[in-house]
Design a binder for this molecule. Structure first.
Ligand SMILES: [Zn+2]
Length: 191
């Protein structure tokens, strides 16, 4: 009887361990993900959030004067309505929502604790708050919601670090573009 009890005890410990590992490890991994993200280095270049917008086609609109004495805190990238908006980094979706200026917006926590703000979306991708995304995940689609209703469809992309907006343009301009973009003439020369 002592042997049977020992076997049962071992089996139940194994079962409990199995359940704990299968449930507990992914939970722990997700619980620590925001902390892991925050301690990762900030990217020194980023892929374009629109496959149609190669770095050479981007225009620096940082600091341009806007209504109400505001200054433009981001970059505007014009594209056809419905063009997919791709996450420029891996990260955690903080918000899928709506505000007066941005219209339909998605906010993503990225490496180094930077927050990436995608605004004026026509609609959202298959993302929800709390979801992990990779660079290239479709967050939404280009539109002109919010205060862009009188402007042609474009993506407003902003990056916030330590509560302050930083200019995305140099980061995007330094990139070699999204994977989907054709090679630039510069790259062709090296082939
Ligand atoms: Zn803008």
């Amino acid at each position: 009887m002592g042997l049977l009890a020992a076997i049962l005890r071992t089996a139940s410990v194994a079962l409990i361990l199995h359940v704990a590992l299968s449930l507990g490890i992914p939970f722990l991994r997700d619980a620590f993900y925001p902390a892991l993200l925050v301690v990762r280095p900030r990217p020194d270049h980023l892929p374009s959030p629109l496959w149609t917008a190669t770095p050479a086609r981007l225009h620096d609109t940082w600091g341009a004067v806007r209504s109400g004495g505001r200054h433009h805190e981001g970059i505007d990238i014009f594209a056809r309505r419905g063009t997919p908006v791709l996450s420029t980094t891996e990260g955690l979706v903080l918000r899928v929502g709506h505000n007066n200026l941005g219209g339909k917006i998605v906010l993503v926590l990225g490496p180094g604790g930077q927050r990436h703000y995608y605004a004026h979306l026509d609609g959202y991708g298959w993302v929800r708050s709390g979801q992990r995304v990779e660079a290239g995940t479709v967050l939404g689609y280009v539109g002109n919601t919010g205060n862009a209703h009188a402007t042609p469809p474009h993506l407003h992309y902003g990056i916030y670090a330590a509560g302050r907006a930083i200019n995305p343009y140099p980061l995007l301009r330094g990139s070699r573009g999204n994977r989907a973009s054709p090679p630039s003439p510069q790259e062709n020369r090296h082939l």
